[in-house]
Design a protein around this ligand. Structure first.
Ligand SMILES: Cc1ncc(COP(=O)(O)O)c(C=O)c1O
Length: 357
Protein backbone atom coordinates (compact mmCIF):
# COMPACT_ATOMS: atom_id res chain seq x y z
CA UNK A 1 0.00 0.00 0.00
CA UNK A 2 1.42 3.44 -0.87
CA UNK A 3 1.88 5.98 1.88
CA UNK A 4 -1.24 7.95 2.78
CA UNK A 5 -1.42 11.07 4.92
CA UNK A 6 -2.21 9.99 8.50
CA UNK A 7 -5.31 12.16 8.79
CA UNK A 8 -6.80 10.66 5.61
CA UNK A 9 -6.28 7.16 6.98
CA UNK A 10 -8.15 8.11 10.14
CA UNK A 11 -11.15 9.44 8.21
CA UNK A 12 -14.20 7.61 6.94
CA UNK A 13 -15.84 8.27 3.60
CA UNK A 14 -19.15 10.12 3.79
CA UNK A 15 -21.66 7.60 2.48
CA UNK A 16 -25.15 9.01 2.66
CA UNK A 17 -27.96 6.42 2.34
CA UNK A 18 -28.68 6.72 -1.39
CA UNK A 19 -29.82 3.14 -2.00
CA UNK A 20 -33.29 2.79 -3.45
CA UNK A 21 -33.82 6.53 -3.93
CA UNK A 22 -33.73 6.30 -7.70
CA UNK A 23 -36.57 3.75 -7.65
CA UNK A 24 -38.80 6.67 -8.45
CA UNK A 25 -41.90 5.99 -6.36
CA UNK A 26 -40.76 7.09 -2.89
CA UNK A 27 -41.69 10.48 -1.53
CA UNK A 28 -38.15 11.74 -0.84
CA UNK A 29 -38.06 13.72 2.39
CA UNK A 30 -34.59 12.51 3.35
CA UNK A 31 -32.12 14.90 1.65
CA UNK A 32 -33.84 18.31 2.06
CA UNK A 33 -34.39 18.45 -1.67
CA UNK A 34 -37.09 20.21 -3.61
CA UNK A 35 -39.83 17.57 -3.94
CA UNK A 36 -41.10 18.67 -7.36
CA UNK A 37 -39.37 19.27 -10.68
CA UNK A 38 -37.51 22.47 -11.47
CA UNK A 39 -38.84 25.02 -13.97
CA UNK A 40 -39.81 23.53 -17.36
CA UNK A 41 -37.49 26.18 -18.86
CA UNK A 42 -34.56 24.20 -17.44
CA UNK A 43 -35.55 21.08 -19.35
CA UNK A 44 -36.02 23.07 -22.56
CA UNK A 45 -32.61 24.73 -22.21
CA UNK A 46 -30.88 21.41 -21.50
CA UNK A 47 -32.45 19.81 -24.56
CA UNK A 48 -31.32 22.76 -26.66
CA UNK A 49 -27.81 22.42 -25.29
CA UNK A 50 -27.67 18.73 -26.20
CA UNK A 51 -29.01 19.53 -29.67
CA UNK A 52 -26.38 22.23 -30.15
CA UNK A 53 -23.82 19.46 -30.63
CA UNK A 54 -21.17 21.05 -28.41
CA UNK A 55 -20.51 18.25 -25.96
CA UNK A 56 -16.96 17.91 -27.28
CA UNK A 57 -16.13 21.54 -26.37
CA UNK A 58 -14.71 22.61 -22.96
CA UNK A 59 -17.11 24.57 -20.73
CA UNK A 60 -17.26 28.32 -21.06
CA UNK A 61 -19.16 30.27 -18.43
CA UNK A 62 -19.83 33.56 -20.25
CA UNK A 63 -21.91 35.80 -18.00
CA UNK A 64 -22.96 33.00 -15.61
CA UNK A 65 -21.15 34.46 -12.60
CA UNK A 66 -22.50 37.91 -13.36
CA UNK A 67 -26.05 36.53 -13.45
CA UNK A 68 -25.47 34.69 -10.18
CA UNK A 69 -24.06 37.87 -8.59
CA UNK A 70 -27.12 39.80 -9.79
CA UNK A 71 -29.41 37.20 -8.26
CA UNK A 72 -27.42 37.29 -5.01
CA UNK A 73 -27.43 41.12 -5.03
CA UNK A 74 -23.67 41.48 -4.79
CA UNK A 75 -21.28 43.05 -7.28
CA UNK A 76 -20.16 40.90 -10.17
CA UNK A 77 -16.63 40.30 -8.87
CA UNK A 78 -18.00 39.06 -5.53
CA UNK A 79 -19.33 35.66 -6.66
CA UNK A 80 -17.75 32.55 -8.19
CA UNK A 81 -19.55 29.44 -9.32
CA UNK A 82 -18.60 26.04 -7.86
CA UNK A 83 -19.38 22.36 -8.36
CA UNK A 84 -22.10 22.31 -5.72
CA UNK A 85 -21.93 24.13 -2.42
CA UNK A 86 -19.71 21.23 -1.38
CA UNK A 87 -16.90 22.42 -3.64
CA UNK A 88 -17.25 25.93 -2.23
CA UNK A 89 -16.79 24.53 1.28
CA UNK A 90 -13.85 22.42 0.14
CA UNK A 91 -11.89 25.16 -1.62
CA UNK A 92 -12.34 27.52 1.34
CA UNK A 93 -10.95 24.81 3.65
CA UNK A 94 -8.07 24.06 1.29
CA UNK A 95 -7.21 27.75 0.97
CA UNK A 96 -7.16 28.48 4.70
CA UNK A 97 -6.60 25.42 6.89
CA UNK A 98 -3.17 23.96 7.55
CA UNK A 99 -2.43 20.67 9.29
CA UNK A 100 -2.70 21.12 13.06
CA UNK A 101 -5.00 24.14 12.88
CA UNK A 102 -8.24 24.18 14.85
CA UNK A 103 -11.62 24.69 13.21
CA UNK A 104 -14.82 25.61 15.03
CA UNK A 105 -17.85 23.62 13.86
CA UNK A 106 -20.81 23.98 16.24
CA UNK A 107 -22.30 20.53 16.69
CA UNK A 108 -24.27 18.91 15.17
CA UNK A 109 -23.19 20.11 11.75
CA UNK A 110 -23.35 19.27 8.07
CA UNK A 111 -21.30 16.18 7.12
CA UNK A 112 -19.28 17.80 4.35
CA UNK A 113 -18.02 20.51 6.70
CA UNK A 114 -16.37 17.77 8.78
CA UNK A 115 -15.04 15.98 5.67
CA UNK A 116 -13.38 19.01 4.10
CA UNK A 117 -11.91 20.15 7.42
CA UNK A 118 -10.61 16.66 8.23
CA UNK A 119 -8.92 16.35 4.83
CA UNK A 120 -6.81 19.35 5.86
CA UNK A 121 -5.76 17.56 9.06
CA UNK A 122 -7.31 20.10 11.41
CA UNK A 123 -8.55 19.54 14.93
CA UNK A 124 -12.30 20.18 15.18
CA UNK A 125 -13.70 22.16 18.12
CA UNK A 126 -17.39 21.42 18.54
CA UNK A 127 -19.35 23.67 20.86
CA UNK A 128 -22.79 22.09 21.17
CA UNK A 129 -26.14 23.52 20.13
CA UNK A 130 -28.57 23.66 23.06
CA UNK A 131 -30.17 20.28 23.79
CA UNK A 132 -33.48 21.77 24.87
CA UNK A 133 -34.28 24.41 22.28
CA UNK A 134 -31.68 23.74 19.58
CA UNK A 135 -30.24 27.26 19.87
CA UNK A 136 -26.81 28.22 18.57
CA UNK A 137 -23.94 28.24 21.13
CA UNK A 138 -23.13 31.90 20.53
CA UNK A 139 -21.12 32.56 23.72
CA UNK A 140 -19.05 29.38 23.30
CA UNK A 141 -18.16 30.25 19.70
CA UNK A 142 -17.25 33.79 20.70
CA UNK A 143 -15.09 32.56 23.62
CA UNK A 144 -13.29 29.96 21.52
CA UNK A 145 -12.64 32.58 18.85
CA UNK A 146 -11.19 34.95 21.42
CA UNK A 147 -9.21 32.47 23.50
CA UNK A 148 -7.93 29.63 21.30
CA UNK A 149 -4.90 30.06 19.12
CA UNK A 150 -4.41 28.59 15.64
CA UNK A 151 -8.06 28.80 14.63
CA UNK A 152 -7.96 28.22 10.87
CA UNK A 153 -11.67 28.65 10.15
CA UNK A 154 -15.07 29.11 11.82
CA UNK A 155 -18.06 27.44 10.16
CA UNK A 156 -21.52 28.85 10.79
CA UNK A 157 -24.33 26.84 9.24
CA UNK A 158 -27.27 29.23 9.10
CA UNK A 159 -29.83 27.73 9.31
CA UNK A 160 -28.21 24.68 10.81
CA UNK A 161 -28.45 21.34 9.05
CA UNK A 162 -29.80 19.05 10.60
CA UNK A 163 -31.57 21.17 13.24
CA UNK A 164 -32.97 24.07 11.24
CA UNK A 165 -31.99 26.53 14.01
CA UNK A 166 -30.93 29.98 12.91
CA UNK A 167 -28.35 32.50 14.09
CA UNK A 168 -29.45 36.17 14.14
CA UNK A 169 -27.30 38.10 11.66
CA UNK A 170 -26.28 40.56 14.46
CA UNK A 171 -24.64 37.61 16.20
CA UNK A 172 -22.95 36.49 12.98
CA UNK A 173 -21.54 40.01 12.75
CA UNK A 174 -20.25 39.88 16.34
CA UNK A 175 -18.43 36.64 15.54
CA UNK A 176 -17.05 38.12 12.31
CA UNK A 177 -15.81 41.09 14.27
CA UNK A 178 -14.02 39.03 16.88
CA UNK A 179 -12.62 36.71 14.18
CA UNK A 180 -11.37 39.61 12.07
CA UNK A 181 -9.23 40.85 15.00
CA UNK A 182 -7.27 37.62 14.56
CA UNK A 183 -7.65 37.40 10.76
CA UNK A 184 -9.72 34.23 11.06
CA UNK A 185 -11.97 33.44 8.08
CA UNK A 186 -15.64 32.67 8.70
CA UNK A 187 -17.69 30.44 6.38
CA UNK A 188 -21.38 31.33 6.55
CA UNK A 189 -23.22 28.41 4.96
CA UNK A 190 -26.47 29.65 3.42
CA UNK A 191 -27.51 26.47 1.60
CA UNK A 192 -31.12 27.07 2.67
CA UNK A 193 -31.11 30.83 2.00
CA UNK A 194 -34.16 30.81 -0.28
CA UNK A 195 -36.24 29.23 2.47
CA UNK A 196 -34.85 31.12 5.46
CA UNK A 197 -34.30 34.54 3.90
CA UNK A 198 -31.27 34.76 6.21
CA UNK A 199 -28.12 36.14 4.65
CA UNK A 200 -24.89 37.81 5.64
CA UNK A 201 -24.39 39.26 2.14
CA UNK A 202 -24.79 42.84 3.38
CA UNK A 203 -21.67 42.31 5.52
CA UNK A 204 -19.44 41.34 2.58
CA UNK A 205 -18.10 44.84 1.95
CA UNK A 206 -17.26 45.38 5.63
CA UNK A 207 -15.64 42.04 6.44
CA UNK A 208 -12.76 40.71 4.38
CA UNK A 209 -12.86 37.47 6.41
CA UNK A 210 -16.40 36.48 5.34
CA UNK A 211 -17.29 33.73 2.89
CA UNK A 212 -20.86 32.82 2.03
CA UNK A 213 -21.62 29.45 0.45
CA UNK A 214 -24.90 28.88 -1.37
CA UNK A 215 -26.35 26.23 -3.66
CA UNK A 216 -28.78 25.63 -6.52
CA UNK A 217 -29.44 22.17 -5.04
CA UNK A 218 -32.30 23.03 -2.74
CA UNK A 219 -35.02 25.58 -3.63
CA UNK A 220 -33.99 25.63 -7.32
CA UNK A 221 -34.15 21.84 -7.53
CA UNK A 222 -30.98 21.49 -9.61
CA UNK A 223 -29.06 19.14 -7.32
CA UNK A 224 -28.37 16.60 -10.07
CA UNK A 225 -26.38 19.24 -11.98
CA UNK A 226 -24.20 20.11 -8.92
CA UNK A 227 -23.94 23.90 -8.81
CA UNK A 228 -23.27 26.28 -5.98
CA UNK A 229 -21.43 29.55 -5.50
CA UNK A 230 -19.22 31.43 -3.08
CA UNK A 231 -19.69 35.10 -2.24
CA UNK A 232 -16.77 37.03 -0.77
CA UNK A 233 -14.55 40.03 -1.42
CA UNK A 234 -12.84 39.93 -4.80
CA UNK A 235 -9.29 39.38 -3.52
CA UNK A 236 -10.42 36.26 -1.59
CA UNK A 237 -12.19 34.80 -4.61
CA UNK A 238 -9.08 35.35 -6.73
CA UNK A 239 -7.22 33.10 -4.27
CA UNK A 240 -9.99 30.45 -4.38
CA UNK A 241 -9.81 30.44 -8.18
CA UNK A 242 -6.29 29.04 -7.88
CA UNK A 243 -7.92 25.94 -6.39
CA UNK A 244 -11.20 25.64 -8.31
CA UNK A 245 -10.41 24.30 -11.77
CA UNK A 246 -11.41 26.23 -14.88
CA UNK A 247 -13.93 23.54 -15.92
CA UNK A 248 -15.13 22.16 -12.58
CA UNK A 249 -18.69 23.27 -13.31
CA UNK A 250 -20.04 21.51 -16.38
CA UNK A 251 -22.14 22.91 -19.21
CA UNK A 252 -25.33 21.11 -18.16
CA UNK A 253 -25.01 22.89 -14.83
CA UNK A 254 -24.38 26.27 -16.45
CA UNK A 255 -27.29 25.84 -18.86
CA UNK A 256 -29.66 24.75 -16.10
CA UNK A 257 -28.76 27.62 -13.78
CA UNK A 258 -29.13 30.32 -16.45
CA UNK A 259 -32.56 28.98 -17.39
CA UNK A 260 -33.67 28.68 -13.75
CA UNK A 261 -32.58 32.25 -13.00
CA UNK A 262 -34.80 33.41 -15.88
CA UNK A 263 -37.78 31.85 -14.13
CA UNK A 264 -37.25 32.92 -10.55
CA UNK A 265 -40.97 33.04 -9.73
CA UNK A 266 -41.02 29.29 -10.15
CA UNK A 267 -38.62 29.06 -7.19
CA UNK A 268 -40.47 31.69 -5.17
CA UNK A 269 -43.83 29.94 -5.59
CA UNK A 270 -42.39 26.70 -4.26
CA UNK A 271 -40.70 28.40 -1.32
CA UNK A 272 -43.96 30.18 -0.44
CA UNK A 273 -45.93 26.93 -0.49
CA UNK A 274 -43.33 25.11 1.62
CA UNK A 275 -42.73 27.82 4.20
CA UNK A 276 -46.15 29.46 4.45
CA UNK A 277 -48.49 26.52 3.94
CA UNK A 278 -46.80 23.14 4.41
CA UNK A 279 -44.56 24.01 7.31
CA UNK A 280 -47.19 25.57 9.59
CA UNK A 281 -49.53 22.65 8.82
CA UNK A 282 -46.90 20.07 9.70
CA UNK A 283 -45.85 21.96 12.84
CA UNK A 284 -49.44 22.16 14.05
CA UNK A 285 -49.91 18.44 13.46
CA UNK A 286 -46.74 17.61 15.41
CA UNK A 287 -47.78 19.87 18.30
CA UNK A 288 -51.18 18.22 18.47
CA UNK A 289 -49.53 14.82 18.60
CA UNK A 290 -47.03 15.91 21.23
CA UNK A 291 -43.97 15.28 19.03
CA UNK A 292 -41.17 17.67 19.99
CA UNK A 293 -39.15 19.45 17.28
CA UNK A 294 -36.69 22.33 17.12
CA UNK A 295 -37.79 25.71 15.76
CA UNK A 296 -36.59 25.73 12.15
CA UNK A 297 -35.88 28.50 9.64
CA UNK A 298 -35.41 25.98 6.85
CA UNK A 299 -37.44 23.56 4.70
CA UNK A 300 -36.96 20.72 7.18
CA UNK A 301 -37.68 19.82 10.79
CA UNK A 302 -35.68 17.85 13.33
CA UNK A 303 -38.02 15.68 15.40
CA UNK A 304 -36.78 14.69 18.84
CA UNK A 305 -37.71 11.03 19.01
CA UNK A 306 -36.04 8.32 21.03
CA UNK A 307 -36.54 5.44 18.58
CA UNK A 308 -36.01 6.91 15.13
CA UNK A 309 -35.36 3.60 13.36
CA UNK A 310 -38.90 2.31 14.01
CA UNK A 311 -40.44 5.47 12.58
CA UNK A 312 -38.10 5.50 9.59
CA UNK A 313 -38.76 1.85 8.72
CA UNK A 314 -42.50 2.26 9.08
CA UNK A 315 -42.58 5.37 6.89
CA UNK A 316 -40.41 3.60 4.33
CA UNK A 317 -42.97 0.80 4.22
CA UNK A 318 -45.52 3.48 3.37
CA UNK A 319 -43.34 4.90 0.58
CA UNK A 320 -41.78 7.87 2.41
CA UNK A 321 -38.06 8.29 3.06
CA UNK A 322 -36.81 10.37 6.01
CA UNK A 323 -33.42 10.44 7.69
CA UNK A 324 -32.04 9.49 11.11
CA UNK A 325 -29.88 12.29 12.52
CA UNK A 326 -28.09 12.99 15.78
CA UNK A 327 -29.09 16.14 17.62
CA UNK A 328 -27.20 18.13 20.27
CA UNK A 329 -25.64 15.87 22.90
CA UNK A 330 -25.72 13.03 20.37
CA UNK A 331 -29.44 12.56 21.04
CA UNK A 332 -31.49 10.65 18.49
CA UNK A 333 -33.79 12.33 16.05
CA UNK A 334 -35.37 12.20 12.63
CA UNK A 335 -34.93 14.93 10.04
CA UNK A 336 -37.78 15.40 7.61
CA UNK A 337 -37.80 17.68 4.60
CA UNK A 338 -40.94 19.67 3.92
CA UNK A 339 -42.39 19.66 0.41
CA UNK A 340 -45.64 20.76 -1.18
CA UNK A 341 -48.97 20.70 0.63
CA UNK A 342 -49.79 17.45 -1.12
CA UNK A 343 -46.54 15.91 0.20
CA UNK A 344 -47.30 17.20 3.68
CA UNK A 345 -50.77 15.68 3.63
CA UNK A 346 -49.25 12.36 2.58
CA UNK A 347 -46.66 12.59 5.33
CA UNK A 348 -49.26 13.46 7.98
CA UNK A 349 -51.47 10.55 7.02
CA UNK A 350 -48.51 8.12 7.05
CA UNK A 351 -47.23 9.48 10.36
CA UNK A 352 -50.68 9.07 11.91
CA UNK A 353 -50.42 5.38 11.09
CA UNK A 354 -46.98 5.22 12.73
CA UNK A 355 -48.40 6.79 15.89
CA UNK A 356 -51.36 4.45 16.03
CA UNK A 357 -49.22 1.32 16.18
C1 LIG B 1 -25.72 22.98 5.09
C2 LIG B 1 -25.40 22.56 3.71
N1 LIG B 1 -24.39 23.14 3.08
C3 LIG B 1 -24.05 22.80 1.84
C4 LIG B 1 -24.73 21.83 1.16
C5 LIG B 1 -24.19 21.48 -0.17
O1 LIG B 1 -25.05 21.29 -1.17
P1 LIG B 1 -24.59 20.96 -2.64
O2 LIG B 1 -23.19 20.46 -2.63
O3 LIG B 1 -25.58 19.97 -3.13
O4 LIG B 1 -24.69 22.26 -3.37
C6 LIG B 1 -25.81 21.18 1.78
C7 LIG B 1 -26.53 20.08 1.14
O5 LIG B 1 -27.22 19.29 1.74
C8 LIG B 1 -26.14 21.55 3.11
O6 LIG B 1 -27.14 20.97 3.78
Amino acid sequence: MPKFRENIKKMEAYKPPLEGRSRGDYLLLDFNERTIKPSPKVKEALKKFVDSGRLQVYPEYGDLEEKIAQYAEVSSEQAIVTNGGDQGIDIICRAHISEGDKVIIPSPGFAMHYQSVSIQGAEILEPSYNEKDGSFPFRDVLNLTANEDRIGLIILCNPNNPLGSSIPIENVEKILNKASEKQIPVLHDEAYFEFSGLTAKDLINNYDNLYIVRTFSKAFGLVATRVGYVISQEQNLQELLKIRGPYDVNMFAKTAVLAALEDINYVKDYVREVMQESKPKLEQFLREKGIAFFPSAANFLFLKVSEPEKIIENLKGQGILVRPKKGPGNKNGVRIAIGTLEDTDKFISAFNKVLNI
